[in-house]
Design a binder for this molecule. Structure first.
Ligand code: UT7
Length: 331
């Protein structure tokens, strides 16, 4: 690895479906309340994909925006990575559909399955390819159509999730100590795979009617246990990122956390002794969009001017697997 290359965010994009599902809408079909959802999660509404939309169609829209913002043509993209846990089909990868839609035929395109940490796992891969000098432009997208994999009768999970996509175009810049991705740290603990999962078997048991009837092809979560480990792991991995870069928390201009639950984010900020005013929050609008949540947040920060050249941000996520990770970006 040469330290002459950095991986710079050259453009961002996002796509959120038009349809809004509010807490009040959910009150009509579930034994829940707007007040409970806001108090326990911070979520007020979430977006739901239209019938003709899917992870690939949303990803392509977000990806196109990121390319346009970066001024990079589809023919110049070397790699497309789509982080998703709600792919269009089992295979081929959602990224191949995106490649076709964008006409980016010079790229290698594939998916990453690390659920809510997927964007950070993808960022870690992109960082290596760019810093080693192997590639010049990588389009990294998080896209989820969670509404198709939740059990709409399970009030403990369906209220949490939403659909959407976010994208960044990462560019290799040959310059020492330039801005860009300063670090990524990623981890997994397969002994905690039961905490959040879609248990229905594909290769394990084949898709079978009993599992479909038992709603095993939708998200199951041990909310409380996940909450505790999420706070612990996200705090730890952000601290590790700061230490690695010799930064103090006061050097961070914006924390962009995965949006799973407002209380998780507040608990992490409290442990880091970091002010909530400097935390990007959009969970009230979109709920938990899994792998899409961090790039949607990045796009919001980038386009609103909340991050300026020279600023430093830290990103953090925890997701099913269990997986977790962090990254530091200098804009
Ligand atoms: O993105 C990947 C990472 N995901 C996460 O990190 C999610 C982590 N977990 C959470 O966000 C929270 O655990 C939840 C929001 C899922 C649940 O909040 P909680 O404060 O942990 O509630 P709980 O599961 O302890 O349930 C408390 C009560 C229960 O009733 P009883 O047993 O005390 O009578 C639930 O049945 O709240 C009840 N409840 C609800 N009530 C109204 C659960 N869901 C609902 C609901 N509306 N939607």
């Amino acid at each position: 690895m040469t330290d002459l290359n950095t991986a710079v965010v050259a453009g961002t994009g996002a796509y959120l479906p038009e349809k809004i599902l509010t807490n009040q809408d959910l009150e009509k079909s579930l034994d829940t309340s707007d007040a409970w959802i806001i108090e326990r999660t911070g979520i007020r509404e979430r977006r739901i994909a239209a019938e003709e939309e899917s992870a690939s169609t949303m990803a392509a829209k977000a990806g196109k925006q990121a390319l346009e913002a970066a001024g990079v043509g589809p023919e110049d993209v070397d790699m497309i990575i789509v982080a998703t846990s709600s792919p269009d089909v089992l295979f081929p990868s959602t990224a191949c559909f995106v490649q076709n839609e964008l006409q980016a035929f010079g790229s290698a395109a594939y998916d990453i399955s690390a659920v809510c940490s997927g964007f950070l796992f993808g960022l870690s891969i992109a960082e290596q390819y760019l810093k080693t000098g192997r590639y010049k432009h990588i389009l990294l997208i998080g896209s989820e159509v969670n509404s198709r994999i939740v059990d709409w009768t399970d009030r403990s999970t369906c209220i949490l999730f939403g659909d959407g996509a976010g994208a960044v175009l990462l560019k290799r810049v040959e310059q020492k100590n330039a801005s860009g991705v300063l670090s990524t740290h990623i981890y997994s603990d397969g002994s905690l795979s039961d905490l959040i999962c879609v248990p229905g078997g594909i290769g394990r048991t084949g898709i079978n009617k009993q599992d479909i009837d038992d709603k095993k092809y939708s998200i199951k979560m041990s909310g409380n246990a996940t909450f505790k480990v999420a706070v612990k792991r996200m705090t730890q991995v952000i601290q590790e990122a700061l230490q690695f870069n010799d930064l103090g928390i006061e050097d961070i201009g914006l924390l962009i956390p995965h949006q799973a639950n407002e209380r998780i984010i507040r608990a992490v900020a409290e442990r880091l002794k970091y002010p909530m005013e400097k935390v990007l929050m959009n969970i009230h609008k979109y709920g938990n969009t899994s792998a899409a949540s961090i790039p949607i947040g990045i796009n919001e920060a980038w386009r609103s001017g909340r991050v300026q050249p020279g600023d430093t941000s830290v990103l953090g996520a925890v997701g099913a697997g269990l997986t977790w990770g962090s990254a530091v970006i200098k804009w």
